[in-house]
Design a protein around this ligand. Structure first.
Ligand code: HAM
Length: 439
């Protein structure tokens, strides 16, 4: 029978053969985030459509072209989240988080949805690990979130990801900058795409990240924001650079980074990988000092970033960085007959209760077929239980790698001790290997 309904273009199934890699980076991220004082927040997958229009901005590609919107049974206009910052800002205001200790430090692991043209590293459902930090005006906060990403990549062993930073100013200095952009782009009115013509009137900054090749070419010579920064924004940017220098974090200033979302003020940054093709921005973020207020909250600043898990894993793969494989089965217990099957289940439960990975037959298969399965799943040890083994309360435990067998009592204490000893031996083998590779 042929499969009639297939997955949607731009979505991916994460299969067991790769889900361990996702789990590894997600756990590492959440563990490391704890050390920096960040706690996880979980927000809904869909929100009021207007939340994204007001925060991401109605002249952005994300809102104009890429949002998955729908009307629900109650006539509400909703959208699948194209990113996490808007929903988290809403949640922070709605739940009074900014009335608690500041800075508020939140991190997240979410799926996002954008109707973009799928290609390598660009999906319609993708996943982000991110952080949002609220209440801190100081560039120390900008440096802290950037330092986290830098350390995260280092712990994973990633090399060759470059950090690019820029400042796009605040509403005060942006007025002058917008004027300069308007003047410049007005000279190219005839060549700009349709969307950029409306952007020219409403928000000329957005022309700078238009994906049309003609607009891109024109944008190359446009005035840069850094030349229009007010004193406060200049001091902030210098403060960030000073802190990155103090932390030995390498960066380049790229005045062309404007980011594709409207809420940014002052600092914007991207971590770009040289190994994954055109969709090379693994992580992007920046400061958004006016967002909380524009959504109806107090006047509190914010800064954050998000990294795409798909692009992160692509970078790890391109750099041949191996993620530790999940542990394999410590013991597979094969059985012959009903009584042995019951005993196998009890011993399996005993081992699992002590934190070991154990399996027994669930398919009523022959011993031969059971052993074939033990081989397939890469079990470290196996044993076969039949009438004799039950009578003697003892069975032969077989090391599946060496093929050696030895008798093992099925009494709880010696039985468990055998697997604890094997675990210690395994551990000391891997420590020795590690020491050897460091020599
Ligand atoms: P963004 O640059 O739109 O920023 O997305 C962040 C990251 O998500 C990108 O660098 C990329 O790795 C990944 N990403 C974006 N779109 C796709 C896609 N279609 N397919 C695969 N991966 C994708 C934001 O979303 C902001 N909310 C980040 C932020 C948080 N700024 C402040 N706080």
């Amino acid at each position: 029978m042929a499969l009639e309904i297939r997955s949607i273009k731009g979505t991916q199934d994460i299969l067991p053969s790769e889900s361990y890699q996702w789990q590894f980076v997600e756990r590492l991220f959440l563990d490391m985030a704890k050390n920096y004082g960040f706690s996880e927040i979980r927000v809904p997958v869909f929100e009021d459509k207007n939340l994204f229009i007001r925060s991401v901005g109605d002249t952005t590609d994300v809102v104009q072209k890429e949002m998955y919107t729908f009307t629900d049974q109650g006539g509400r206009e909703l959208a699948l989240r194209p990113e996490g910052t808007a929903g988290i800002n809403r949640a922070v205001i709605e739940n009074g988080i900014l009335n608690e200790a500041l800075p508020a430090k939140l991190c997240y692991n979410i799926s996002c949805f954008r109707a973009e043209k799928p290609q390598a590293g660009r999906y319609r459902q993708f996943h982000q690990l991110g952080m949002e930090l609220f209440g801190a005006h100081s560039p120390a906060a900008d440096a802290e979130v950037i330092a986290f990403v830098d350390e995260f990549f280092a712990v994973l062993g990633i090399q060759g990801i470059s950090l690019e930073i820029n400042s796009i100013g605040c509403p005060t200095c942006r007025k002058e900058y917008h004027k300069a952009l308007k003047e410049y782009f007005s000279q190219h009115k005839d060549e700009l795409c349709e969307t950029c013509l409306t952007r020219l009137e409403k928000n000329p900054l957005r022309i700078l990240d238009c994906k049309s090749p003609v607009c891109r070419e024109i944008a190359k010579d446009a005035p840069v924001g850094l030349d229009y920064l007010c004193d406060d924004c200049k001091t902030h940017f210098e403060g960030l650079k000073k802190r990155l220098d103090a932390l030995n974090i390498a960066y380049t200033v790229n005045p062309r980074i404007v980011r594709g979302l409207d809420y940014y003020t002052k600092t914007v940054f991207e971590f770009v990988s040289g190994d994954i093709g055109a969709q090379s921005t693994v992580c992007g973020g920046g400061r958004y000092d006016g967002l909380i207020r524009s959504l109806g909250g107090n006047d509190q600043p914010g800064i954050g970033y998000a990294m795409g898990i798909e692009r992160l894993l692509m970078t790890l793969k391109a750099q041949n960085i191996e993620i530790p494989k999940p542990p394999t089965c410590d013991l597979y217990i094969a059985s012959i007959g009903e009584d042995a099957s019951l005993r196998a289940m009890q011993l399996t439960a005993l081992l699992r209760g002590e934190g070991f990975f154990a399996e027994c037959d669930l398919m009523d298969r022959s011993v031969k077929a059971q052993m074939k399965y033990a081989n397939k799943i890469g079990a470290k040890f196996s044993m076969v239980l039949g009438d004799d083994e039950l009578k003697n309360n003892q069975a032969a435990v077989k090391n599946m790698e060496t093929g050696e067998s030895r008798p093992l009592s099925l009494e709880e204490e010696p039985f468990l001790r055998f697997f604890y000893d094997a675990q210690i031996e395994d551990l000391s083998d891997s420590v020795n290997e590690m020491l050897k590779s460091e020599e």
